[in-house]
Design a protein around this ligand. Structure first.
Ligand code: SF4
Length: 289
């Protein structure tokens, strides 16, 4: 089926038919499997230069004890994770905080580094060599040079596409004021990861003001990148949750139907080569393959 016809079908077919088709496609790939990876989270820095309106991860410097987790603390978290049976160290970070905060630049200088990526490369290398945990790195938008450096100290990396809707970057949109949420920038970074042959996780965030058509644009764009580079292991379909103390605290959340429709569309567009992960709407942490 051509992309145009598939798009029309996804936009008009009943949900029950789409979920049946996507289930059949999934099951054609073999018996359904539940997989998981034991990992320990290492939030290396919660500073971020972006201001996404739904975010609960990023904090201002005054709300943090330190701008970056110091090396001793990182290694302690990693060692305790390894002792508990973890196999991976999941590094989570805000995006390039040194470009926004003097506190980040000062903390990096005190640690002996110029950029967040410099420190990340160093500390991920220590975790890999000293604990045996395999780093998975979520460090925001990265360049080809960044990927070349970080691939030496990690097993995989990730960057959510979130949404390729330019509208959401305009004033009033959830990505206004967040330069790293420019769709072209994120797609270029995911492509650069592909050129560097990085095993990669990405995904979309649904219910932040995008349309179904725009979600399909995202999924087709990710499929095209995977066809070119073969690097996408997993695409997350994440549903927006309204969290207290965020700009979008009172925004409506997407319905279960929207989530199911998007998961089905993702499977029918992406095929069976890529795992699809989605948190159940009322709980957290499930996976649909
Ligand atoms: S880029 Fe990520 S960490 Fe930074 S504000 Fe946006 S969602 Fe939060």
């Amino acid at each position: 089926m051509s992309d145009h016809r598939l798009r029309q079908y996804l936009l008009t077919a009943p949900l029950a038919e789409l979920t049946r088709q996507s289930r059949a496609l999934r099951d054609s790939h073999g018996a359904p499997r539940l997989t998981y990876s034991r990992k320990v989270f290492i939030p290396l820095t919660q500073l971020c230069r972006d201001v996404c309106h739904y975010c609960t991860f990023a904090k201002a410097p005054r709300r943090l004890d330190s701008a970056y987790l110091p090396p001793d603390e990182v290694m302690e978290i990693a060692r305790r994770g390894a002792e508990a049976g973890c196999k991976e160290a999941l590094f989570t970070l805000g995006d390039k905080p040194e470009l926004r905060y003097a506190a980040a630049r000062k903390a990096l200088a005190e640690l002996g580094f110029e950029t967040t990526v410099d420190y990340l490369e160093h500390i991920a290398g220590r975790v890999l060599n000293e604990t045996g945990l395999i780093p998975h790195i979520n460090a925001g938008v990265l360049t080809s040079q960044d990927y070349a450096r970080l691939r030496r100290v990690s097993g995989s990396m990730g960057l959510m596409l979130e949404s390729s809707s330019q509208r959401l970057c305009q004033r009033g949109g959830p990505h206004f004021g967040s330069p790293d949420k420019e769709p072209a920038t994120r797609l270029a970074s995911i492509a650069a990861a592909g050129e560097a042959a990085i095993p990669f996780t990405t995904g979309i965030l649904i219910g932040i003001g995008e349309t179904r058509e725009e979600r399909l644009d995202d999924l087709f764009a990710l499929r095209d990148l995977h066809q070119r580079h073969g690097h996408l292991h997993e695409v997350i379909v994440q549903n927006f949750r309204a969290k207290p103390d965020t700009v979008m605290a009172d925004a409506p959340e997407p319905s279960e139907e929207e989530l199911f429709w998007t998961i089905a569309a993702a499977r029918l567009i992406l095929g069976t080569d890529i795992g699809i992960q989605s948190p159940p709407i009322s709980t957290r942490g499930g996976r649909v393959r």
